[in-house]
Design a protein around this ligand. Structure first.
Ligand code: HXC
Length: 269
């Protein structure tokens, strides 16, 4: 499909994409690269990373892969530092790494619950926390006027409730909260734009094959979807591309409410 965006809208920018070796993360990496960015991808499986980097490079995209687990703070720090050393700056962090499986609350152990929160929520926070130094205005490789940007990949399960997804719903609710709070605080203090994308069911992803059996996804499931089709990875990548680009320099998470009005100047203690 032909992109509606100019091919150079991310020219000169460097993106780090967690979970960038497959699914939505790989499509975002590919589209970022096709639109001028250099791309660093982080993932747990070396062979998946290797094949993703080869596929990006075959498209002429400057790409590098670093093995690591977002649950591990040392991995997060090392991958972010390695990305900076390799490309000389970091402009965009995409948190696309996620974990999922179907389990009823009674069959889910607390450790199973914690595992998904660790990957999705703590992992997202850890990556943001370790990347702050490089994303804030005036950080290494950056000028004093512009901060970088963070995009968190969330979901819609937690807007209501979803069968066998209590752990993922809780994890993605936390991801949304992290995004809104960082948008407020880091937008104010460091000029970092923080946004979230909440995909519904997306075709040809690990999420879909884990959550919905193929025979359902190919027939009945589509009948319940708007436009009678599943979302495509490309749709999500285009949204990410827009959010990462300078078209959105003035747009941060849509935060509202009393707490977001201004940075407190007095202590509440
Ligand atoms: C019940 C399970 C389980 C299952 C694991 N656990 N699988 N419980 N049903 N099917 C429990 C284990 O018993 C264990 O608890 C705990 O979870 C940790 O399991 P491990 O296998 O040791 O964890 P790990 O090897 O770290 O693997 C993490 C994982 C795995 C999340 C379980 O599936 C994974 O790595 N996934 C990454 C890729 C992925 O899932 N991508 C899809 C994202 S889709 P105990 O108590 O036994 O120790 C997505 C879309 C959301 O996010 C929106 C969709 C619309």
């Amino acid at each position: 499909m032909e992109s509606p965006f100019k091919a150079d809208i991310l020219k000169g920018k460097v993106a780090l994409v967690t979970g960038g070796g497959s699914g939505i993360g790989l499509e975002i990496s590919t589209q970022f690269g096709k639109h001028g960015a250099s791309v660093s991808i982080m993932g747990r499986r070396q062979e998946v990373l290797h094949s993703a980097v080869c596929s990006l490079q075959s498209l002429g995209i400057p790409a590098v892969g670093f093995q690591g687990d977002v649950r591990n703070q040392e991995d997060a720090k090392r991958v972010i530092e390695s990305t900076f050393k390799h490309f000389g700056r970091i402009d965009i962090l995409v948190n696309a790494a996620a974990g999922n499986f179907l389990a009823s609350p009674e069959d889910l152990s607390p450790n199973g619950f914690r595992t998904v929160l660790d990957i999705d929520s703590v992992g997202t926070f850890t990556m943001c926390h370790e990347a702050l130094e490089y994303l804030k205005k005036g950080g290494p490789g950056r000028n004093l006027s512009n901060g970088g940007s963070i995009i968190n990949i969330s979901a819609t399960l937690h807007y209501t409730a979803a069968w066998y997804q209590i752990h993922v719903s809780a994890a993605k609710a936390a991801v949304d909260a992290i995004g809104r709070n960082l948008a407020l605080e880091w937008g104010t203090d460091y000029d970092i734009r923080v946004n979230g994308i909440a995909p519904g069911p997306i075709d040809d992803t690990a999420g879909m094959s884990k959550l919905v059996p193929q025979e359902i996804s190919n027939s009945k499931f589509r009948n319940y979807m708007p436009l009678f089709k599943l979302g495509e990875k490309w749709d999500i990548a285009m949204a990410a591309l827009y959010l990462a680009s300078d078209a959105v320099r003035k747009w941060n998470h849509n935060t509202c409410g009393w707490w977001t009005l201004a940075k407190p100047t007095t202590s509440f203690a």
